[in-house]
Design a protein around this ligand. Structure first.
Ligand code: HEC
Length: 154
């Protein structure tokens, strides 16, 4: 009994559960639960959501993660690669209402201040409904945002 608590804490420290809100913000679709379970224990979703890869590149990236310690059955790994290639493929847009910090910053090239303003607006006013609403977020550079318009979905 004396050992139980420290052991439990150790187990938690090794495999922190993915943040529920962050999991909820992942795009819906087959493979989502598996990604949440095996790709968000060492780092948050920013690592893969800020990335835009082809299917082959995702395959390599996931193999690299398996070497680093990610684990799943072959079928689960296949489902993860399919999910990532579908939602974070080379031409995948940024879901501005659910994207994490890193994805907005890296994929759209927004500055730290602009990303913060978007996140703050999301928190305070809820979902942004249109590109016009995005332009009204204080501090957004309209010219730069316009250039990224085809990559942004609401
Ligand atoms: C055992 C720990 C662990 C797990 C589980 C894990 N990763 Fe990683 N991942 C890392 C480390 C360590 C890095 C490099 C440091 C960093 O950026 O946080 C990394 C970085 C990344 C990167 C950035 C590119 C790079 O090579 O630096 C991507 C993309 C990525 N991981 C995707 C995934 C995906 C997809 C999964 C689920 C299949 C996953 N990771 C699961 C440890 C892990």
């Amino acid at each position: 009994m004396k050992l139980a608590l420290p052991l439990m804490l150790l187990a938690l420290a090794c495999a922190p559960a993915a943040d529920e809100k962050e999991v909820a913000r992942l795009p819906e679709g087959p493979g989502k639960e598996i990604v949440a379970r095996i790709c968000m224990t060492c780092h948050d979703s920013g690592n893969f959501r800020k990335t835009r890869f082809s299917s082959d590149e995702w395959s390599d990236s996931v193999a690299d993660m398996v070497e680093r310690g990610a684990s799943g059955t072959p079928a689960e790994i296949e489902a993860v690669v399919a999910y990532l290639a579908k939602n974070f493929g080379q031409d995948s847009p940024v879901r501005i209402n659910s994207a994490p910090f890193a994805e907005i910053k890296v994929v759209l090239g927004f500055t730290v201040a602009e990303v913060r303003a978007v996140l703050e607006s999301r928190e305070k006013n809820g979902t942004l409904k249109s590109f016009e609403e995005l332009l009204k977020v204080p501090g957004i550079d309209a010219v730069k945002a316009e250039a990224q318009k085809p990559r942004i979905v609401f």
